[in-house]
Design a protein around this ligand. Sequence first.
Ligand code: NAD
Ligand code: MLT
Length: 316
Amino acid sequence: MKVLIAERISDAGLDELKKETDVEVRLGLKREKLLEIIKDFDALIVRSEIKVDSELMEAAPNLKVVGRAGNGIDNIDLKEATRRGIIVVNTPDSNAISAAEHTIGLIIAIARNIPQAAHAVKSQDFHRNKYKGVELYGKTLGIIGLGRIGSLVAKRMKAFEMEVIAYDPYISSEIFDEIGVKKAETLEDLLRNSDIITIHTPKTRETVGMIGEKELAITKKGVRIVNCARGGLINERALCEYLKSGHVAAAAIDVLEKEPSYEGDNTGFYNPLIELPNVVITPHLGASTVEAQNNVGITVAREVLSALKGQFTSNA
Ligand code: NAD
Ligand code: MLT
């Protein structure tokens, strides 16, 4: 069996695969090259950059399994994979803690202007008056999507003595009670009442652009917004305008509508959010910890091996 690793996974994951398959690691491949070589492989492992669409599957007559080394599967055409009998496996539990911790880092960063102030000091500017922040204590944190990551963020932010409310129409009231979070009955309810908003939904047809001009208009003046889930959930153009006017005091973004390559050439990469002083952007770092990547690598390797052998997979 031949496995193509087209995006980086941990050595621990590679070792698992190498015990039982013929592994080829080809990072930063141009699309044309990927389309050319994929025909030889039984399994393909990706993270979030490579689009596994009908064109790629058409070029891959031997493909039996796609392993998504991570959580979101919005870069994989599941319908097409199912039509072709290709099994898709992912590792949704392996990086949730890291993504939650990154979210919390971003919340604190924009409450206290830490990245901007640290950058200023490195440029020999030690003035602190520009960087006065706000406390989290007593403020309301609004979480959109109370799944794996949203609930981990909720539990941890209660330790800051924030009031935590969440909007998730697919989660039962018992779960809200268990986590100790107040249920927002509507998205509007959450938007009107939160000092800090963080979004943790998957990217689906329903959630793309769910925070746009209309939604930002009803947020509190001075609200702070975090997106460590998926680019496109918040409309970037509208967010830019609200950041420029100061209605949104600050935003922290780990994921962009259009992300440049993680391994390849990034020249020409531009996004208007980068220019705004009240925005902190990280390069899709939520899952980038030693622990998460170790877990993700091992889990995706095991899931792919199970699928190749026709055995039970937990995240297919
Ligand atoms: P999850 O499936 O466990 O939870 C998502 C929650 O969103 C669910 O409870 C669901 O009911 C809720 N939801 C769905 N549609 C909704 C809607 N319209 N309104 C409100 N709630 C809605 O997912 P997760 O594991 O917590 O992941 C959350 C997001 O984080 C995903 O987009 C995932 O791709 C992303 N992620 C990003 C990183 C990163 O590196 N930045 C790392 C891991 C995961
Ligand atoms: C995920 O969905 O798991 C994240 O986007 C992180 C990643 O792809 O590595």
